[in-house]
Design a protein around this ligand. Structure first.
Ligand SMILES: [Zn+2]
Length: 887
């Protein structure tokens, strides 16, 4: 009894907690002119506190939407689209008039018909445009610590269902409103738990307070620490791939992704900053203007500050606010200044409240619904025209088809083909061999007919180069000359065939061959050839099918050997270096059954042979064949590690390779010995602030005793600084005329003859290379080393930042992969001239033996956004082959 009373007291104190500048509480205060009905399902009634006075947890948000559905079953549909990694349900609400909802299936079919002009004629389209409601998809809270938008999702839903005014009823008649209230429930749960743990008697607006400083990892990311607002091209995370499945059912005409930015800012909405992706059409930009202008009117009326055009661009297609643009809808980002808690002291002296954010996101949401309602017919018409123009662009363009031969890496080609299908494209697979555009292809090649409504989506994902406008780039050069940061917001290269290192050919013709449609499924089940073989089973190394097979076999406790050299088997043919060998003699009697299961799940082709006799290369008993053990792989976790890099890396190893990783907090790495670890991964991070000389010595000792230290990106730079890795970091190549500044106050006079010379004279001496915002670069591989077993002679790497390493000397180690020569360096994206001159032949991957162990250093992050699949075999070699090479 007593404890209950105490609990009630605490609960009450939450409710009455003074929130100083808080002027808003409850739904009615957000829009005084609204006329809310009596039967109200308010946040207070359902959850026990007035809207805007508490940051609602994901579980309570679900409860609230369920209550709305229960109260308005004829107007609200709640639909699931998946589960987050932490098993929270992902869902969206559809809200409209009773009439519209009664024919929800008809709406969906209508949009599907309008989306495909190959199957729908103009008369039918005209009828659909006349009859269909407009549609809008509002996505909230993809960044879990951007807290106000999910609350605005609740009040937007509330408003639509309760406001009795004719205006709102008209919106419901004209519009299907899709609300995804919480794209990232795991991140929000992390934020909310941590936030309320740090609160005291009064909320603090002080940005130094515990309330305003999240511990590692903050709530922005999902469980695997991904920024999901970059994942819309590679669809690595369930939160995004599930959302895309849903979007492709309805093709909502307008999509908004609602975010928060720094608390000193105001509110941002469309139109976007430059550069625009050239695939975005004029018609779409016109719609973005309509929406921005209407928002501006509302914000002016309410007295809210806002800005447009200055920061958030529409170039990289992997944002939520980009993806729908390539399907014919329009999409945009809204950004609200974040209170990052209940209160935030702005530098201008104002106090920003949580409720401010909720209110402004709410107003922007309903303002956009209004635009869709008022422009219903025009938006449907534009969507139809877009889909038609997409098919025509494919028919008339230089590229009529894209073909993936699927020969040298069928696993990656399969994944790419599936990904395109998941993205709404049609992909076919040839049932027979064929030739087109002068090339012969085998059965199984993938064919993409570019004359399809998803034409621009396909180009966005598959084009090897997308250029930014010349005048934009000229402006950036000018900014550089003035020592100002560039305005490039994200990576400039993202071509999937390059990132997957998969051959992809373009052709101005369509092959004439029998085909079947490709269904979703990133892994094609593998098989065992000659399962009754008496001696040995072999798996060709070099793709992710083999990689997954290896990890599964090791976890299953099978004895696996790996050949360091390529070999040719008497009956089974050629096998590349790194190929796997599982002998009957090494393994138990049920080997065959186990192999069958593993082949199917991993996608690998396992080939049974009846002799160990080779026509070329080592036999299975050779000293070039080593036994692989299941390594204990650890990754540094927590400050000062980059959460993205740690998360991406753990994800790639665990969820793409299928192998568990032990995450160890850096404090534990400092305080404990490293015994029992086979591989220690240091992801990107600012290690020098945390690891001291003693920790470096400890790591060095552990490596000498047989450990494999794997450093990624900036961790490799740290390894150089501490002397662990025997090479150097480079400054910028000195430019002619850029001189070391004189120490003297008075110096000899000098004639400056031109503006160019002046710009050179004032350049800093000994500066670091220029910062690159993410381009794809070609790299060459030394295929004779075991670390590159099974890897193609050329790979593609991301290049981010400005670290340039000198090649490691031959007496210290080997340069396993290095950036290609100047004429073939850039695979996709944009590089400044001077760093493009400096990077060729500089290392991408170095190997340095040390005592019984070794250091393996990637100078860039191979696991970046978990979409650099083409580097996975190199990474697998470092993780699984290297421990066998250590002594
Ligand atoms: Zn955000």
């Amino acid at each position: 009894m007593r404890s209950l009373k105490f609990a009630a007291l605490i609960a009450a104190s939450w409710l009455v907690m003074p929130t100083q500048a808080q002027q808003l509480s409850g739904e009615s205060s957000l829009l005084p002119e609204a006329n809310y009905s009596n039967s109200e399902v308010t946040v207070e009634q359902v959850l026990g506190y007035p809207l805007g006075t508490k940051i609602t947890s994901p579980a309570d948000m679900s409860r609230y939407f369920e209550a709305l559905q229960q109260a308005y079953p004829k107007q609200v549909k709640l639909l699931e689209y998946g589960k987050s990694w932490e098993r929270r349900t992902l869902y969206y609400a559809v809200i409209s008039s009773e009439d519209n909802m009664a024919d929800f299936d008809g709406f969906m079919k209508g949009m599907q018909a309008l989306a495909d002009p190959r199957k729908t004629d103009s008369d039918k389209a005209e009828q659909l445009i006349d009859e269909l409601p407009g549609s809008i998809w509002l996505s909230y809270g993809v960044h879990g610590n951007e807290i106000s938008s999910p609350e605005a999702a609740m009040v937007t839903a509330y408003h639509l269902l309760h406001d009795q005014r004719e205006q709102t009823q008209r919106w419901l008649d004209n519009t299907m409103v899709f609300i995804d209230p919480l794209q990232n429930p795991d991140g929000r749960a992390r934020f909310v738990d941590r936030y309320y743990m740090s609160v005291g008697l009064e909320h603090s607006g002080d940005r130094r307070s515990a309330e305003h400083n999240e511990p590692w990892p903050n709530g922005r990311t999902n469980h695997y620490l991904f920024d999901m607002n970059r994942d819309w091209i590679a669809l690595t995370q369930p939160e995004i791939s599930g959302q895309i499945d849903a979007l492709l059912k309805y093709y909502p005409l307008v999509f908004v992704d609602l975010h928060e930015m720094g608390g000193d800012s105001t509110y941002y909405f469309t139109p976007e900053a430059r550069p625009y992706n050239p695939l975005i059409t004029e018609s779409q930009r016109e719609t973005l203007n309509w929406i921005g202008k209407n928002n501006g009117q509302w914000f002016d009326e309410k007295g809210f500050d806002y800005f447009t055009r200055e920061i958030f661009d529409a170039f990289y297609p992997g944002y939520g606010a980009s993806w729908p643009l390539y399907q014919g809808s329009v999409a945009m980002t809204y950004e609200m200044a974040s209170a990052r808690g209940h209160l935030f002291d702005r530098t201008d002296g104002d106090v920003l409240t949580y409720a401010d954010g909720v209110q402004q996101h709410f107003i922007a949401s309903i303002s956009t619904i209004q635009t869709v309602s008022e422009r219903r017919e025009a938006l449907l018409q534009k969507f139809w025209e877009y889909r038609k123009s997409a098919v025509e662009a494919g028919e008339d363009g230089d590229v009529r088809s894209i073909i993936l031969p699927a020969k040298d890496d069928p696993a990656a080609a399969r994944k790419l083909a599936s990904l395109l299908v998941e993205q709404g494209a049609e992909v076919k697979q040839a049932e027979k061999a064929f030739d087109v555009c002068g090339t012969d292809y085998e059965a199984g090649a993938y064919i993409i007919d570019m004359a399809q409504p998803a034409h621009r989506m396909i180009r966005t994902l598959m084009d090897k180069q997308v250029d930014m406008a010349d005048d934009f780039l000229a402006e950036q050069e000018q900014r550089r000359n003035n020592n100002l940061p560039d305005q490039i917001y994200d990576v400039t290269g993202w071509s999937l065939p390059l990132m997957f290192n998969v051959d992809s050919h373009t052709c101005d013709d369509l092959p004439d061959v029998a085909t079947a449609f490709v269904e979703e499924g990133r892994i094609e089940p593998g098989k065992v050839i000659n399962p009754d073989a008496k001696v040995t089973f072999l798996v060709r190394w070099g793709d992710m099918n083999a990689g997954r097979f290896l990890t599964a076999a090791l976890r299953e406790g099978l004895e696996v050997r790996q050949s360091e050299l390529a070999f040719t088997h008497e009956s089974a043919g050629e096998f590349p270096s790194g190929s796997l060998i599982l002998t009957r003699a090494d393994n138990s009697d049920d080997l065959q059954t186990k192999l069958q299961k593993l082949a199917e799940a991993s996608g690998a082709t396992v080939e049974g042979v009846d002799t160990s006799w080779m026509t070329e290369g080592p036999n299975f008993g050779s000293h070039n064949v080593s036994k692989l053990e299941a390594p204990n792989i650890a990754i540094a976790w927590d400050e000062p590690v980059s959460p993205y890099s740690a998360g991406h890396t753990r994800f790639v190893i665990e969820r793409q390779m299928g192998y568990p990783v032990t995450a160890i907090r850096t404090m534990q790495l400092l305080q404990n010995d490293l015994d029992g670890l086979d591989v220690l991964i240091l992801p990107e991070g600012a290690y020098s602030g945390v690891f001291n000389d003693k920790s470096v010595e400890k790591i060095q000792r552990w490596v000498s005793d047989g450990g494999v230290l794997l450093t990624l990106g900036s961790a490799s730079a740290w390894a150089v600084e501490t002397g662990l890795l025997n090479t150097q970091l480079e400054r910028k190549v000195p430019e002619e005329g850029v001189t070391e500044p004189d120490e003297e106050i008075k110096v000899d006079g000098k004639v400056i003859e031109s503006r160019e010379q002046l710009l050179t004279e004032i350049k800093p001496h000994g500066a670091d290379p220029d910062w690159v915002p993410g381009a794809l670069l070609n790299a060459k591989v030394d295929t004779k080393h075991w670390l590159s077993a099974g890897v193609k002679p050329q790979v593609v790497s991301i290049y981010n930042g400005n670290d340039v390493f000198t090649p490691i000397d031959i007496d210290h180690g080997r340069n396993i992969a290095w950036f290609a020569g100047a004429d073939s360096l850039l695979a996709s994206g944009f590089l400044w001239d001077d760093i493009a001159q400096q990077l060729p032949y500089k290392p991408l991957l170095m190997w340095q033996p040390s005592g019984k162990g070794m250091i393996i250093s990637f100078t860039q992050e191979p696991t970046y956004r978990a979409y650099m699949d083409g580097l996975n075999t190199l990474l697998m070699n470092a993780l699984f082959l290297a421990p066998a090479k250590a002594q």
